[in-house]
Design a protein around this ligand. Sequence first.
Ligand code: ATP
Length: 198
Amino acid sequence: MYTVGITGGIGSGKTTIANCFAALGIPVFNADEAAKHILQTSPIVIEKIKQAFGAEIYTHQNLLNKQALAAIVFNNPTKLEQLNTIVHPATIEAAKQFIDSQKAPYVIKEAALLFEAGTAEGLNFIVGVYAPNALRIQRAMHRDGSTREQVLQRMNKQLPETLKMKLCDAVITNDDQQLVIPQILPLHQLFLQSATKH
Ligand code: ATP
């Protein structure tokens, strides 16, 4: 299956752009949502998380205390690595199953940390979604109710946007100035053509 990655920093508009491809009939796997789902539903993952971070990280109904987990891993690279070692393989497997089960001409995998998580390999084409930092901060604050400092802290954990965009095969500028649909449609045509030759 021809597989296209969509990536970009916090608040760049990955999901918004991915939704446009979805409106064109293209299946979208959202890696960040999938990872959250796995943390709530996979008995194997839940068990490993309890062993690594303590059973109290889940309630008696097996609901994850996301704030507690985030607080543990946020400034502790070893713990973050431990979390990623548990969640990434399960997410990669979920993506594989999703992609293999699709009948569409191509599939999109959306992930904030495509390069950082080492999951860019195996994708046929990577689209970066770019927005200036100030706009990304504004969007994330507005969407999540976070403070500017909280957004900046999350941004600082990601690759710098300019570097990330250089690693992509194409960039969609989502800066509230340029229209996005005229940028999306030629890429969609390109992917349809590439998929037939794949
Ligand atoms: P994150 O990685 O933080 O989940 P994201 O890159 O997936 O973010 P979105 O969730 O798509 O970004 O967008 C962030 C916020 O900005 C959302 O509230 C979204 O509605 C808004 N937004 C993004 N792009 C646009 C746009 N072109 N026009 C209007 N609002 C937009």
